[in-house]
Write a protein that binds this ligand. Structure first.
Ligand code: DGY
Length: 354
């Protein structure tokens, strides 16, 4: 199926290019000037090769680290198509640097909080993203973190590696049970629902807060305060917007149960980390497990790193081979469509077409 996806897309575009050449022969020299393309990091071959098949001339920033802001502002000048990652801030300054000729900005991410969507829409720039393909991987990661925090896996492993394990002990690293407990999901879109689906198999009762979503996978809607009061696990699945910035603040945490575990695989900015530190340190809540932080990477002097009851991993929600391949493919398809003047298959600012 994945292969079909590639070939269908490639065939279509190749036919399109062939037709274009045939029917527009007088304009060929003019129109076939290759577009200027920049890809800001080495992405998986699946996506990269698709772009190369369509547009052999492109520049890829191949360093291990993202381009610095200065490098990025320099490199984007005059590009027709930009394929970026969530590590690049695409704001007014950057759009000014690119120039008005740009036809598409395609991000290899589902989240687009690193992009000023309103500004892009104002300028008529379609923004591509990669929804759907990372739903399962991210839900798996949320569950892995939930289990790890509930059963104190990382803490126990550190203990063992430090040579502290003397013998089996009835009270060693007692954690929380999942069966019969309540999971509260904040944000019930694709990923939130995929988490609910997994929760059914663990015997969890699931409630969710999302005024725009319908119940699914045996879940029930709840007001946020009720969800916080009733949940043993709270998993965050909202995008980062002005409205959700620091949604998880001191007040939110104060409403959670003292045995509760907070899981965040959405965006670091949704959580006020200072308030979280206080809640974890004072055992106001039992534990937290974070796939995302603000900033990323989390500075090594962050007090959160001192806490045994806080698991932190480096933004790995979508980090499976298949998922990253598919993300690169969608990002490539968006880029190619934009460069060909077509509607992006996955557009984060559809208002741009109104
Ligand atoms: C995304 O695509 O927005 C994810 O956060 C990447 O893991």
């Amino acid at each position: 199926m994945q292969t079909d996806g590639i070939f269908q897309s490639t065939d279509k575009a190749m036919t399109r290019v062939g037709l274009f050449y045939f029917w527009h022969e007088p304009d060929y020299t003019l129109d076939m000037t290759p577009p200027k393309i920049l890809i800001t990091r080495l992405i998986p071959d699946l996506g990269l090769n698709l772009v190369k098949e369509h547009f052999p001339t492109l520049e890829v920033f191949t360093a291990d680290l993202p381009p610095t802001r200065e490098q990025l502002l320099e490199k984007v000048r005059g590009v027709d198509g930009l394929l970026c990652l969530l590590t690049e801030r695409i704001d007014t300054e950057l759009m000014d640097a690119i120039g008005p000729q740009v036809k598409v900005i395609s991000s290899m991410s589902v989240g687009v909080d690193h992009i000023d969507l309103a500004e892009a829409t104002k300028r008529g720039i379609p923004i591509g993203n990669t929804p759907g393909v990372l739903t399962d991987a991210t839900a798996d990661q949320a569950f892995a973190l939930l289990l790890a925090a509930a059963r104190r896996i990382t803490e126990a492993e550190r203990f063992l590696r430090a040579g502290k394990w003397i013998t089996w002990c009835p009270s060693l690293f007692l954690g929380a049970d999942l069966h019969g407990a309540t999971l509260g999901i904040v944000g019930f879109g694709r990923i939130g629902q995929a988490v609910a689906k997994r929760a059914q198999g663990f015997g969890l009762r699931v409630i969710y807060h999302d005024p725009t979503a319908q119940p699914a996978f045996g879940s029930q809607p709840a007001e946020l305060d009720d969800l916080l009061r009733e949940s043993d696990f709270v998993s965050i699945h909202v995008p980062l917007t002005q409205k959700t910035k620091h949604l998880v603040d001191a007040e939110f945490l104060s409403k959670m149960k003292s045995n509760a575990v907070l899981v965040n695989t959405a965006r670091g900015g949704v959580v006020d980390q200072t308030a979280l530190y206080v809640a974890l340190k004072s055992k106001r809540i039992f534990a937290a497990a974070l796939d995302v932080t603000d900033p990323e990477p989390l500075p090594m002097d962050s007090p959160l790193l001192e806490l045994e009851n806080c698991i932190i991993v480096p933004h790995l929600g979508s980090a499976s081979k298949w998922t990253r391949d598919q993300m690169s493919l969608l990002a490539a398809q968006n880029l190619i469509a934009g460069l060909n003047g077509e509607r992006l298959p996955h557009c984060a600012n559809p208002d741009v077409y109104r």
